[in-house]
Design a protein around this ligand. Structure first.
Ligand code: AMP
Ligand code: ZN
Length: 466
């Protein structure tokens, strides 16, 4: 299996640190708002990487953080007159809902920056002890960038060409820095801001140190894959390398993977530019699987332009897969055995499964992998009539497995049983009795979504399937 490594600018054979295991850290969102579909791209892409590794039998330890302390969160909290933790907790919950909708597996661990401050204090202290960090008068602690000889190795930048374009450069004490390239590890609190005690000043961590520490705590000093969007290569990941490798004295991550941007009108979709759609807006209009299909229909390292046309075409393509699955299910009616013709057709299936895997092995070329799924759809549509049920089951299983690696579900929508409906109606009646009309309405809407319409009559509640 080959992975394009940003560090070497090459596709490299993947060799895990420990046989059969993969440790993977994916930088997660800063939670001050609903996530937009640009943020969803790394989530979908790296979830698919994870699913393929699992399919290959690897035990994947997948860690993805939430950045829950940040200037933007504090600003949003001040504007709303609530605490920073109110904001971050709300949007972590909303983000998890979106992730579940997009069929993104929960991470093995989802650490929160605010719960890992002790580890950050410890790593900053180590960096100070080793001469990689220094404190200035107001208590800010900086990383001494030029001391790390390999600085620039990930972003392929020459340290002398850098103008100190760090996101956090002007946060505080900028004038007191030894070098404009130095970046913040710890910054003093400002009035009304959340803060923690430290040996240097009451304050909070810089953004980069958070990921170095969370990755170390949950995955160890060395990991296999570190991933995120391409805007994180510099300075975030470059700084993470400088911190982790200086503190631990070891190579941090062996493979660095970065997805290209999701654009709109060929400009990066971002909250600051205001040209974004939230995942919530899109999933109100489309089945979330359509968004997933749309993302995977492009290679993760190619920029992808969002448009209603492409979403429509993704919707139609996905429908072809779902229809083929339904058609196969309709043929899975009895216990029988494969005919000779079925056996021959299954050889074609084997070739197509191989084609799917070859595409995924080539730096996760999901566009080609989906093309292989469509060839299986075509095979199914052209051969299942007159074939045995056993054959339909075989093809169905393949379609389900390969689509599942892409996080696409082809299973039939779960049928809601009469007894479940009765139970929900009873719950709704109870809610009404307790004057919890919001809950009562929610139950009615939930049922409607499942195709059950309620009618309140004099004889009680009647329901029908629509
Ligand atoms: P942020 O909340 O800005 O730190 O972003 C969380 C993740 O989403 C990071 O991996 C970003 O690189 C990624 N990301 C943000 N905007 C986009 C975009 N328009 N296209 C692809 N990835 C993005
Ligand atoms: Zn990070």
């Amino acid at each position: 299996m080959k992975i394009y490594n940003t560090l070497t600018k090459q596709k490299e054979e993947f060799v895990p640190l420990v046989e059969g295991k993969v440790s993977m850290y994916v930088c997660g969102p800063t939670v001050y708002n609903y996530i937009h579909i640009g943020n969803a791209r790394p989530m979908i892409v790296f979830d698919t990487v994870r699913r393929y590794l699992m399919y290959k039998g690897f035990d994947v330890n997948y860690v993805s953080n939430f950045t829950d302390v940040d200037d933007k969160i504090i600003k949003a909290a001040n504007e709303a007159g609530v605490t920073a933790s109110d904001i971050s907790q709300k949007f972590i919950a909303e983000c998890k809902k979106d992730m579940a909708d997009m069929n993104i597996l929960p991470a093995t661990t989802h650490p929160l920056a605010t719960q890992e401050i002790d580890g950050m204090l410890e790593m900053i202290q180590t960096l100070m002890d080793k001469g990689y960090a220094y404190k200035v008068e107001d208590g800010t602690v900086y990383y001494r960038t030029r001391k790390f000889a390999e600085y620039g190795k990930l972003s392929h930048k020459n340290i002398d060409d850098l103008e100190g374009g760090h996101r956090d450069i002007k946060v505080t004490g900028a004038d007191a820095k030894e070098d404009p390239l130095d970046f913040v590890l710890w910054k003093p609190k400002k009035e009304g801001e959340i803060s923690w005690q430290s040996p240097w000043c009451d304050g909070r961590p810089g953004w980069h140190i958070e990921c170095s520490v969370m990755s170390k705590k949950y995955l160890g000093e060395q990991i296999d894959i570190h991933a995120g969007g391409e805007d994180l290569v510099f300075p975030h990941h470059e700084n993470e390398i400088a911190q982790s490798e200086a503190a631990n004295g070891k190579t941090f991550a062996n493979y660095w993977m970065h997805n290209a941007f999701l654009n709109i009108d060929n400009k990066k979709m971002s909250k600051s530019l205001g040209n974004f759609f939230t995942v919530r807006e899109i999933t109100e209009k489309y089945d979330p699987q359509v968004l997933r299909f749309f993302m995977l229909n492009a290679h993760y390292r190619s920029p992808l332009n969002f448009s209603a046309d492409l979403m429509e075409s993704a919707k139609n393509s996905l429908e072809r897969i779902l229809n083929a699955a339904e058609n196969l299910r309709a043929h899975m009616t009895q216990e029988d055995t494969l005919t000779d013709a079925d056996q021959e057709n299954l050889k074609v299936r084997e070739e197509l499964v191989q084609k799917f895997c070859d595409a995924m092995e080539d730096d996760f070329n999901t566009a080609d992998a989906l093309a292989a799924i469509f060839e299986i759809v075509k095979l199914a549509n052209t051969t299942v009539d007159g074939a045995s049920s056993a054959y339909a089951k075989e093809l169905y299983h393949t379609l389900e497995t390969l689509s599942g690696i892409c996080g696409l579900k082809v299973e039939a929508e779960e049928e809601i049983l009469d007894s479940d409906i009765e139970e929900l109606i009873q719950k709704r009646q109870d809610a009404r009795k307790n004057k919890d009309f919001a809950l009562a309405d929610q139950i009615r809407d939930e049922l409607l979504e499942k195709g059950i319409e309620l009618k309140d009559t004099r004889e009680g509640v009647k329901w029908k399937r629509i």
